[in-house]
Ligand binder design. Structure first.
Ligand code: HEM
Ligand code: HEM
Length: 196
């Protein structure tokens, strides 16, 4: 590896969710667009997941909603990877100067854990569905299946999928409550940084 690429790899690592900041007050438009698009998609996916598991087995309805969940899930996964790539290569606005370090640290950890769950959730869903005779269809197009029919592996990944869904909900609740606390109580313009 050349010295240049080693340095850029290091700066990407240091940028890992918070290291590299700039003095701009807002997130850039692509970051804002990706945030809101994915917020909508992920909340929709959580609701869809919870709804579809209650549909009786063997019905066409269940197959339809499961396929919808898998298709939007793969789409969300691709967008999440793109967003993470974008995030690691672009600076973000600095925390306001008066903010206590403890608060800044909590915000950073909330975001890091959100990103971690955002990557793991589609991955575990995809892996679980790969060890199933149905495989994964992306809006009707069959994605080549690396897995095989194996209930134990499928259940293992599905247990993670359920667990991460619970973690995601908890992180999102904290995240949204904190965002509104900044908007309504602290009035420190943190909320506005994520608005165009
Ligand atoms: C952002 C992405 C995703 C989110 C937020 C999400 C969320 C959820 C949730 C909340 C459930 C219901 C869990 C329960 O209460 O039992 C679920 C189930 C499921 N998900 Fe996902 N999911 C995502 C991506 C995917 C992907 C990409 C796939 C497959 C390609 C997938 C396949 C499944 C399957 C097959 C189930 C049903 C499992 C069962 O029969 O109990 N998910 N998902
Ligand atoms: C009503 C819902 C939501 C509101 C009001 C909201 C608000 C915000 C705000 C104001 C920020 C910027 C914080 C700062 O300046 O440091 C932010 C960042 C972030 N939000 Fe949300 N958010 C919402 C939903 C979501 C959801 C559903 C997710 C993902 C599951 C999410 C993931 C993130 C991440 C990862 C960041 C960090 C951005 C970065 O620095 O790369 N948000 N959100």
């Amino acid at each position: 590896m050349s010295a240049m690429s080693a340095m850029s790899a290091m700066s990407a690592m240091s940028a890992l969710l918070g290291g590299k900041t700039n003095i701009r007050e807002r997130y850039t438009l692509p970051a804002i667009a990706l945030h809101w698009l994915l917020a909508l998609l992920i909340i929709g996916m959580l609701l869809l997941g919870l709804y579809m598991v209650g549909i009786p087995k063997g019905t066409p309805d269940r197959a339809f909603y499961f396929n919808l969940h898998k298709s939007f899930g793969v789409l969300a996964g691709l967008l999440i990877l793109f967003r993470l790539g974008w995030r690691l290569t672009h600076p973000i606005p600095q925390m306001p100067t008066g903010m206590p370090p403890g608060t800044a640290r909590m915000i950073r950890w909330n975001h890091r854990l959100l990103y971690l769950c955002m990557v793991l959730q589609p991955a575990t869903g995809y892996l679980s569905s790969s060890f199933n005779k149905y495989g994964v269809r992306f809006f009707g197009i069959a994605i080549s299946n690396w897995g095989w029919e194996d209930q134990r592996i499928r259940d293992l990944f599905m247990n993670f999928h359920h667990l991460i869904a619970v973690l995601l909900v908890a992180l999102i609740v904290i995240h949204v409550l904190a965002a509104f606390k900044h908007l309504l109580l602290d009035r420190d313009r943190i909320f506005q940084r994520m608005l165009p």
